[in-house]
Write a protein that binds this ligand. Structure first.
Ligand SMILES: Nc1ncnc2c1ncn2[C@@H]1O[C@H](COP(=O)(O)OP(=O)(O)OP(=O)(O)O)[C@@H](O)[C@H]1O
Ligand SMILES: [Mg+2]
Length: 253
């Protein structure tokens, strides 16, 4: 049994009189696909904002990979390996799929880097970066599109490219808020299959918020359920959906 990569203890965040997050303690196991679910307004996005450093907690502690990160700003949290992707991907539209990954590589020398690739004069760092990028593109099933401009990708492919950029940057924990919102069912399944492949083949941990439980739960290792700011249930997906407290929380929505 692997340890947890992300832990929170008694996190609290209030907005005015509303306790959006109310003493939340969670343990996200390394190399798991962990879901955070709950009715609208239950505090899921606020919890993610706390974990990624967007908000500072009023109370409580956050640990990532053995380090306490409470109060760290977003770029510091990111530097340690916590990546968050947003609902609307923002690729460099005129760069190719491959170039989009390469400009994300930490330590890359910038625009000159892309120019030198286009001239085909590769140095060792560049060659290693290209190999790493192709490994990631293969996992995401985007390798056949490597020389396409990013703007030509479908919405689903852009989301995967966004994930690829975070992997290129060295993410260990990937956090996503509603990754399959607005995506058709076939593609939504494909996206979740890709997530499980990333988990199994490169050992990434995924912590996801999602409302479309019919699709998401079958790929999920562990679930936390929030309602009015608190965790009301946790466990494997099959047990959690039959928990009377969870059913009641959703019915009251
Ligand atoms: N920046 C903010 N200022 C004031 N109130 C906020 C802010 N962000 C969230 N809230 C309130 O905190 C509570 C939790 O909101 P949050 O967005 O975290 O819920 P959620 O579970 O992500 O909901 P949804 O499923 O609709 O995305 C809600 O009552 C919301 O109105
Ligand atoms: Mg939300």
């Amino acid at each position: 049994m692997l340890g947890s990569i992300l832990r929170t203890r008694e996190l609290v965040k209030s907005f005015g009189g509303v306790r959006a997050v109310d003493r939340v303690s969670i343990d996200v196991r390394q190399k798991s696909l962990t879901m955070l679910i709950g009715p609208n307004g239950s505090g899921k996005t606020t919890l993610i904002n706390l974990v990624t450093g967007v908000y500072r907690p009023d109370h409580g502690k956050i640990f990532f990979d053995g380090t306490e990160i409470t109060g760290y700003p977003p770029h510091e949290v990111f530097r340690l390996g916590v990546a968050r992707t947003f609902q609307i991907p923002q690729p460099f539209r005129k760069l190719t799929v491959l170039e989009n990954l390469l400009v994300t590589q930490p330590g890359n020398p910038g625009e000159g880097f892309i120019k030198s690739l286009r001239r085909g004069r590769w140095k060792k760092f560049e060659q290693e970066s290209v190999e790493k990028a192709f490994r990631i593109l293969r996992l995401l099933n985007l390798d056949h599109l490597w020389d396409q401009e990013a703007e030509k990708l479908s919405g689903g492919q852009m989301k995967l490219l966004e994930v690829g950029k975070t992997l290129m940057a060295g993410a260990k924990l990937l956090i996503m808020d509603e990754p399959i919102a607005g995506v058709n069912p076939a593609l939504a399944h494909e996206i979740f299959e890709t997530f499980t492949r990333l988990r199994d083949e490169i050992g990434i941990t995924l912590f996801l918020v999602e409302h479309r439980l019919d699709i998401a739960l079958r790929y999920t290792d562990y679930v936390y359920v929030m309602a009015t700011g608190s965790i009301i249930a946790e466990g494997g997906p099959a047990e959690v959906v039959y928990d009377p407290k969870v059913i009641e929380a959703y019915l009251g929505e």
